[in-house]
Design a protein around this ligand. Structure first.
Ligand SMILES: [Zn+2]
Ligand SMILES: [Zn+2]
Length: 204
């Protein structure tokens, strides 16, 4: 398959094309995993943090990308929740132990065995990828592939933040910065809380 890989840490200011296109063997789903034919994968600021070494990949070369949408092609042994043809999305959480108190309380990102998509395991900037089926989610028909991809990180982060505010209709919201997440939160608030004012604090 073709994939865009990161082979070393570098400064984006000096190296404007840090990802290289390579041919590599198609991944094979292990037990409990699914093989996905990727159709879209979003871009996140975290990729820049990986490229510049603030959250470096576990090994090189690494296929980055953690907002991937595609169709299930094949299921590994023991994977039964998803079937070939299902459209799924993959976010930042590639896997976790599933047993510790963080995993059991829905905070898998804090698990000691947490693995990140596109940092600790190959991600979505490729024609195919594999992931444990428990960490792939079905994508509703409402969204096109391109619409769904950014929801898998920027959208999820914004949704979670908005939920944690316990904001009610008519209350005012302030967004610090206006990037991938905030522009989606703005639409979400407009839709869910149409009587609320939204303020954006940004700089030129
Ligand atoms: Zn992200
Ligand atoms: Zn765990």
């Amino acid at each position: 398959m073709r994939a865009m890989v990161l082979t070393e840490i570098s400064s984006f200011a000096e190296n404007r094309e840090p990802l290289k296109m390579v041919h590599m063997p198609d991944p094979v789903p292990a037990d409990g995993e699914i093989l996905i034919k990727v159709s879209a994968c979003g871009v996140c600021h975290t990729e820049l943090d990986e490229i510049e070494g603030r959250t470096p990949p576990a090994r090189f070369p690494m296929v980055l990308g953690h907002q991937a949408v595609g169709k299930v092609l094949e299921t590994g042994k023991g994977a039964s929740r998803l079937k070939p043809g299902d459209r799924v999305g993959v976010g930042w959480i590639f896997s976790s132990c599933g047993k510790c108190h963080f995993c059991l309380s829905g905070d898998e990102n804090l698990c000691r065995d947490f693995k990140a998509t596109g940092r600790d395991a190959n991600g979505g900037y490729a024609e195919y990828m594999t992931i444990p089926e428990a960490f792939a989610c079905r994508i509703p028909d409402t969204f096109s592939d391109l619409e769904a991809a950014p929801l898998l990180c920027a959208g999820a982060i914004g949704y979670r933040s908005l939920r944690l505010t316990n904001m009610k209709e008519g209350q005012r919201l302030g967004l610090t910065g206006f990037g991938a997440s905030a522009h989606l939160v703005l639409k979400m608030v407009r839709h869910r809380l149409p009587d609320s004012d939204v303020f954006v604090f940004a700089r030129s």
